[in-house]
Ligand binder design. Structure first.
Ligand code: ZN
Ligand code: ZN
Length: 123
């Protein structure tokens, strides 16, 4: 598929109950759905987030990301305090896009509970 953020080509890097594609250009991760339940299923896959967070940060300010399935602008979820978390999620199909480095960061002990709280409970 085409990366919803930078239009680079993506590769399927995980094919389970949740499918994860990684962009070859910006190295962002696209989850075909990411609810709290889905996150538990892929919690040990942070190694897939092999991109450089500095590269991810370059794309961080792009806020209008279109869901490749629904053709609508994805919603932005954002908190600043006590940790900074920002990502895009489609409110209709729960597809989620994380910039390079964000999956690893958001699954850290420091961020994880806050990240989970920003996700929909179930599909
Ligand atoms: Zn990309
Ligand atoms: Zn969608």
């Amino acid at each position: 598929m085409q990366c919803p953020k930078c239009e680079g080509e993506t590769d399927r890097v995980y094919d389970g109950d949740v499918q994860i594609d990684r962009c070859n250009h910006c190295h962002g991760l696209f989850f075909d759905q990411l609810t709290q339940r889905d996150l538990a299923l892929v919690a040990d896959q942070t190694g897939l987030d092999s991109g450089d967070e500095e590269l991810g940060a370059e794309f961080n300010d792009m806020v209008y990301v279109e869901c490749p399935r629904c053709d609508r602008i994805m919603d932005q979820r954002l908190i600043e305090d006590p940790v900074r978390i920002r990502f895009e999620i489609c409110t209709s199909c729960h597809a989620t896009f994380l910039d390079a480095g964000e999956f690893r960061e958001y699954m850290s002990d420091r961020c994880r509970d806050h990240f989970v709280a920003l996700l929909p409970e179930s599909a």
